[in-house]
Design a protein around this ligand. Structure first.
Ligand code: PRP
Ligand code: URA
Length: 211
């Protein structure tokens, strides 16, 4: 079973609380999502494998650690996932970026896929799928399925979001038990319109100033 981790670092909690405020403008919202994403990248990368390498310091030769294993691809679920990419590449600058375009039908709450563009070597990479909101879980599950259809393994997938609803976490974990899930906050429930309560509203609209 993959892990489900709520990141309780004080800086993450503080910044998440700031962007929940409905009076916060687009610029501040976007900058803070980026900052939270950088902090989350640090935690999501915590179990990346290391290998021994020799290095010669100005004083002596020594054997120390460097990253081994799979290289990373960050996969934002469009649109809102885009807001988390730059924060993550600040820490993992060589990551390749793949895109999965998806929107949720406002009536049915079912996701619709409209775009997929992935690096050629996607099946060889450790995948960080990013989307600020995990609500019903429909979009996350369709993104995971799109990656599996192209040969990616669940075991190589980590899903990172800012706010998760218990309903979405349960759905994704039941359908894809090997995918690790990381959330900056776990909220109470979904309302009848499929919004996370208390949540932070529509993440895409708040990031890009649309409404
Ligand atoms: C939002 C959000 C997730 C999805 C979550 O995207 O960014 O992708 O809803 O809901 P779910 O877990 O119930 O599927 P939206 O469809 O609003 O598109 P956008 O990113 O273009 O705003
Ligand atoms: N998508 C959002 O952007 N916000 C929610 O609360 C639920 C889905």
């Amino acid at each position: 079973m993959g892990k489900f981790e709520v990141m309780d670092h004080p800086l993450i909690q503080h910044k998440l609380t700031m962007i929940r405020d409905k009076n916060v403008g687009t610029k501040f919202f976007r900058e803070t999502v980026k900052e939270i994403s950088t902090l989350m990248a640090y935690e999501v990368a915590r179990d990346m494998p290391l290998k021994d390498v020799e290095v010669e310091t100005p004083i002596a030769k020594t054997t120390k650690k460097e990253l081994a294993g799979k290289k990373v691809a960050i996969i934002p679920i469009l649109r809102a996932g885009l807001g988390m990419v730059d924060g993550m590449t600040d820490l993992i600058p060589a990551a390749k970026i793949g895109f999965i375009g998806m929107y949720r039908d406002e009536e049915t709450l079912k996701p619709h896929e409209y775009f997929v563009k992935l690096p050629n070597d996607i099946t060889e990479r450790q995948l960080f799928i990013v989307d600020p909101m995990l609500a019903t879980g429909g979009s996350a599950m369709m993104a995971i399925e799109a990656l599996k259809k192209r040969g990616c393994s669940e075991k190589n997938m980590k899903f990172a979001c800012l706010v998760a609803a218990p309903e979405g976490v349960k759905a994704v974990r039941e359908a894809y038990p090997d995918v690790d899930i990381y959330a900056a906050g776990l909220d109470d429930h979904l309302n009848k319109d499929g919004y996370i309560v208390p949540g932070l509203g529509d993440a895409g609209d708040r990031l890009f100033g649309t409404k």
